[in-house]
Design a protein around this ligand. Sequence first.
Ligand SMILES: O=C(O)CCC(=O)C(=O)O
Ligand SMILES: [Fe+2]
Length: 261
Amino acid sequence: MEEKEKLGHYKVGSLPTLFYVPDFITDSDQNLILNNIYGAPASKWKSLKNRRLQNWGGVVHQKGLLPQVLPTWLTNLTQKIYEESGLFSSAMNHVLINEYLPNQGIMPHQDGPAYFPVVAILSLGSPVVMDFTPHARLKLDSQDDFEKDSDGRTFEIEKDKWLDDHHPFSVLLMPRSLLIFKDKAYSDYLHGIKDCTLHCYDGAVNETEALKHKESNGVFGSEDASETTGKEEHKNISRTSNRISLTCRLVPKVHKNLFRF
Ligand SMILES: O=C(O)CCC(=O)C(=O)O
Ligand SMILES: [Fe+2]
């Protein structure tokens, strides 16, 4: 099937190649995956300053992948993404699992050059907002603007201006959802997650799609600060639990032999 037919229904925002699939996996699949992640040996975790991660599929070098066989619980997932997205030339051979505490995030970045330029991110646990910012090379010199308040004070506001209709935008990532992005969304934008416990999803490109599924996810309790009240300032998520993400990618170049680099 054509990629357009397969994922077209899930395109969100103004870029042609950003897709958000709510409820990509079931609750019991989520539990199975979490059990496998937390059942892995402690040595599988690598602690970074602001998150910890598990690396599956091998070591990614600039020149390619020193492969390790993925376990079945991960190939089940990569195979499903491969078949249902139609965006990869073969099933993904590399999965990075990130665990974020409520006050942790990931700095805006672009993924490394060894990967095929499509990424599929499965989200589990706490919802978060992912921010996309146009790459610095697409930024025009910032222009200063002035704004007056009711007392006549003048404030200088720095407004970023971007080339070719690029604008920052954000995506709300609910548990069990799959985010896929490629092409411009991959190469012209940095993606990141703020390291604060309160995330604002006002204006997120998939706000409607993500919130449609909020009841079934049971993550927006009635006393939760994330409850939507119709007022813009309440469109917040209070991150009260950990988020776990599985970033699935394809490293096209695989090295069979460590010594033949
Ligand atoms: O946790 C996420 O959703 C993003 C992870 C990510 O961007 C990465 O591993 O490169
Ligand atoms: Fe990334």
